[in-house]
Design a protein around this ligand. Structure first.
Ligand code: FES
Length: 107
């Protein structure tokens, strides 16, 4: 199964630069030849005030308040490096809800 990096593209996340983040991630993934990973838009994770939100699936990592300066560390994680724990700030019950939704195949 392909890994997916979902980048919220709803209003609040977009207003904080999520569109640019998604394009940058897509470009970096392509440039680094990470073929088992797809960077895709997502409608909304329900944590709009804490965006931009990025979720990695199926590994289930959620990064909130992502800025351009975080992309090096996120790319490091996507390439097999450690979790970026400073961006893992979302409430556990919301994360669980979204992960369950993703487990049903709703993207
Ligand atoms: S707008 Fe991004 S989580 Fe809702």
């Amino acid at each position: 199964m392909k890994r997916i990096c979902l980048v919220c593209q709803n209003v609040d996340c977009k207003n904080r630069g999520a569109d640019e983040l998604m394009k940058e991630l897509q470009q970096r993934v392509k440039d680094q030849g990470i073929d088992d990973l797809e960077v895709r838009p997502y409608l909304c994770f329900g944590a709009c005030q804490e965006g931009p939100n990025v979720v990695l699936y199926p590994e289930k990592s959620w990064y909130a308040g992502v800025k351009k300066g975080d992309l090096d560390d996120i790319m490091g994680h996507l390439a097999g490096g450690p979790n970026v724990t400073r961006l893992d700030t979302i409430d556990g019950s919301l994360k669980e809800l979204i992960y369950q939704l993703l487990d049903t195949g709703v993207f």
